[in-house]
Design a protein around this ligand. Sequence first.
Ligand code: GUN
Ligand code: ZN
Length: 444
Amino acid sequence: MTLPPINTSQLVSRAYRGAILHALAKDELVYLADGVLLVDAQGMITACGPWLEWQEALAGVAVIRCLANQLIVPGFVDTHVHLPQMAVAGCQAPSLLEWLDTHIFAEEARFADADYARTISEWFLSELLANGTTLANVFLTSHPGASQIAFETAARLGNRVVMGQTLMDKQAPDSLLRPAAQLLQETESLCRQWHGANDGRIQYAWVPRFALTSSEELMSGLGELRRQYPEVYLHTHLSEQLGEIAAVKAQFPWASDYTEVYERFGLLGTRTVLAHGIHLCDGELTRLKALDASLAHCPSSNFFLKSGRFRLMEVLRRQLRLGLGSDVGAGPTLSLLTVMKDAQYMQADTLVPLATLFYLATLGGAEALHQGHRLGNFEPGKEADFVVLDFPATPVSHDKPSVQSPGTSEALLSRLVYQGHQQWISETYIRGQRVYQRAPIVQN
Ligand code: GUN
Ligand code: ZN
């Protein structure tokens, strides 16, 4: 499946009128039952406010009117996901390490074939857009050729991504391993080519898979690259399962905890994104906060692999940078709508405020990826990344029988979190350009 290239003639100044919801902070939402979002020719937000206040000023401007059952929200941010696991999402195994051995490494090895890499890259990156994900932090495979194909595909489809070649030099099948020196060279060369590409939509990350597949030579080389390129991300896994943590303890006996392994090699700091962090102790959380590292909470994956319960309320209380991740393929779906619901259900005894879940899926994710100053909500001056959602029609309505209005902001957000589904995504925009539109349903 190949999508056509983006038509830049779509870049005209537009006004989108409809119900609008966005987050200003973890506990502060703005809801406009009849609002308008103004986007300039460069795809930047010029204003967002009540229609009645803007109506007069907008005489002569093309206004796109959303339907009564639609809602405009900021694009979703997936802070941790694996492109090469798309085809094996939902294949279960008893533990993380067995799942990697049984399903994942064999699938990732298939990316040595350029045609396969191209097919899955196109599928994955277009599915991100179909799920309303306008920024994703993405693991690739260890093949530089397949990584190159993924970057080219993202540039062609218009995705906003942070991505990097996955680096492993031990404890995986030989076909996925390379000597540390070669990996460091390959990843630096990809970084030089792609960091900041497609007018800033594409960013690069150093991606050591996790401590168990990384030699000390690889990690110290990456520490050096981090010093050399402070604007580049580092993305890895941390403290996901007890079996993994025990293996890390055995492999790095000098480290007092898992966090110290990465810390020792200079891998932690601003722009480090750590997936999971389920079993972190208080001391590790304190150090991660002091270092300004970000966490990616992936509840759907944590349910699937039975990894444990993330200390969500404690991490929020400590104000670490935090976003949500689908973690496909340990997570079964790319939908951040489903991930929000799972984040709620994961907390057994606490009702997580709906506003917080919505913040984490949008602005919180953007802040975790250090892009909150330009994305994540509808403040003027930010880039217009947004999604038009359809609330499904019901045969009954509380007021007018023919209009399925989403209702009050609290009810609407609650339905979004508990019932929201990929099929609700009608259109997706990145920097004002439409990058996805759901095909109309043909009635026979
Ligand atoms: N830890 C190391 N590799 C992986 C992976 O691919 N997925 C998850 N969930 N955890 C990991
Ligand atoms: Zn992962």
